[in-house]
Design a binder for this molecule. Structure first.
Ligand SMILES: [Fe+2]
Length: 297
């Protein structure tokens, strides 16, 4: 090989390396930009059990994120939507990072000024029930502070609430941590839902907050007219036309990844979530705040 060929090859290799570095920098800049933004997705939920229209905001998987100082951008958006109720189906914090508790509380403090807030547990909250966890005492304090602000914290239970001018039944389901195990979706027994959460006053419109969307069919079968889920974060990476690539439980192409799923005459709405943790990646999968318009049928 002559000197000229060696030089040409070296220049070629340098070009490839520079190109990879440029692409890497562009990717990092794009991801930082992407992670600092969220969109609003609106859904209509119709039911003959509703007498009047009403609206709600759903904030899933915020994970201690802040859009602007003290979450100003998110709070302004929620305020502009004028929701009559705010639902939080879990994972408002990151269990191992105590600073996310403070940010979650700051956000709750402002949300409660907009509308009544109903907050049910995600796997991050459930994990902190364990007294062996280093952040357990801090979590108890967090719950106390949230309740003192007026936030309605719901474990596995049902409450009759006002949704605008409608009386509806709001239920929350906290799943055992086994149902979040990585590597597969443990089956849920047919009687599980009814055993843990007895369906009350079936004649009322039934709303369920259930963090994990993997059991969407069980929620609908149980009797939830609409279920609000999160947990999947839209699958981190979404392929246009196909959907989520992988779930947090490391299952490929999860069925209930994001969006509205009709199951018979009931529906399950899965949010792509507002925050991330551990893997701060969102590709074709912008964070979202949900706006729900409830309409009589
Ligand atoms: Fe989660």
């Amino acid at each position: 090989m002559d000197d000229m060929t060696v030089l040409k090859r070296k220049a070629g290799a340098d070009m490839v390396l520079i190109l990879i570095l440029v692409l890497l920098v562009l990717y990092i800049v794009w991801q930082r930009w992407e992670l600092s933004r969220f969109g609003v997705t609106s859904y209509e939920v119709r039911s003959p059990k509703l007498r009047r229209s009403a609206s709600a905001a759903v904030i899933a998987d915020l994970h201690g994120f802040s859009y602007g100082k003290e979450n100003k951008r998110l709070l302004e958006q929620v305020k502009n939507m004028e929701p009559q109720v705010i639902f939080i189906p879990g994972d408002l914090l990151v269990s191992k990072y105590a600073d996310t508790y403070d940010r979650a509380l700051e956000t709750l403090k402002e949300l409660i000024k907009i509308a009544p807030v109903y907050y049910s547990y995600g796997n991050h909250e459930s994990r902190l029930r364990d007294p062996e966890r280093i952040n357990h005492p801090l979590f108890l304090q967090y719950l106390k502070q949230a309740e003192a602000l007026g936030v309605q914290i719901m474990e596995t239970e049902s409450r009759e609430i006002s949704l605008g001018e409608n009386q509806v039944m709001l239920s929350a389901l906290e799943l055992e941590l086994d149902y979040y195990e990585k590597g597969g979706i443990p089956p849920m027994e047919a009687a599980y839902m009814q055993q843990h959460l007895k369906l009350q006053r079936e004649e009322l419109f039934q709303i369920l907050l259930a963090h994990n969307p993997a059991y969407a069919e069980s929620y609908a079968k149980w009797g939830a007219d609409v279920t609000f889920c999160g947990h999947n974060h839209g699958g981190l990476i979404r392929i246009p036309g196909i959907g989520s690539l992988i779930s947090p439980q490391l299952t490929l192409f999860p069925k209930y990844d994001a969006g509205k799923f009709q199951i018979g005459n009931r529906c399950v709405i899965v949010s792509r979530g507002l925050g991330t943790h551990t893997f701060h990646v969102r590709i074709f999968n912008r964070a979202e705040l949900l706006e729900i318009n409830f309409l009589p049928e």
